[in-house]
Design a protein around this ligand. Structure first.
Ligand code: FEO
Length: 180
């Protein structure tokens, strides 16, 4: 049993963020499945990998809470939202999820500063950096989409976009490649 080194308020905030990361994973899993059946294998692969990354974020929160003497409590996750209308909608919604999540991380860092909880403040910095990377990644993909959707050769350009997205850098396998 570890000595509790986070406040009860912080423990609650970190638990809520852990659940939020799990929710993000479900959202991207749902979008990935939608993209796969819509014929976009590359975009689907990107989203499957992104979903796995969100689960890894959830694990980071779980371990941090328990390491600091709190108790990571696994809670129910809300159902993912409705399917996107099209690829642009999918990317815009993905960006909005990331921006909302960045704000949620900022709130934890603010609380850590307020409480002079430097361990959590330090832990939170990893996520602050990660969110910058993730927002940039999705913004870049939206830029690519704008280029791809321009002109009359939509089909060929979307093909290129889909191929680019399958190669977007992420550290997780897609279900097809996962070792069981
Ligand atoms: Fe774990 Fe993309 O937020």
């Amino acid at each position: 049993m570890k000595t509790k080194r986070i406040s009860t308020k912080m423990e609650k905030a970190l638990n809520e963020q852990m659940t939020r990361e799990a929710f993000q994973a479900q959202v991207y899993l749902s979008y990935a499945s939608w993209a796969e059946v819509s014929g976009f294998a590359g975009i689907s692969a990107f989203l499957f990998k992104h979903s796995q990354e969100e689960r890894q974020h959830m694990f980071k929160f779980l371990e941090f809470i328990n390491d600091r003497g709190g108790r990571a409590k696994i809670a129910a996750i809300d159902a993912p939202p409705a399917d996107p209308k099209d690829i642009q909608d999918c990317l815009q919604k993905t960006l909005q999820h990331e921006i909302d999540n960045s704000k949620s991380i900022d709130a934890i860092v603010n609380l850590a500063l307020e409480e002079k909880d430097w361990a959590t403040f330090n832990f939170g910095q990893w996520f602050v950096r990660e969110q910058i990377e993730e927002e940039t990644l999705v913004n870049n993909l939206l830029d690519k989409y704008q280029l791809a959707a321009r002109g009359n050769e939509k089909t060929a350009n979307l093909y290129d976009l889909d191929r680019d997205m399958s190669a977007a850098p992420q550290d997780a396998p897609i279900p097809r490649d996962a070792k069981l």
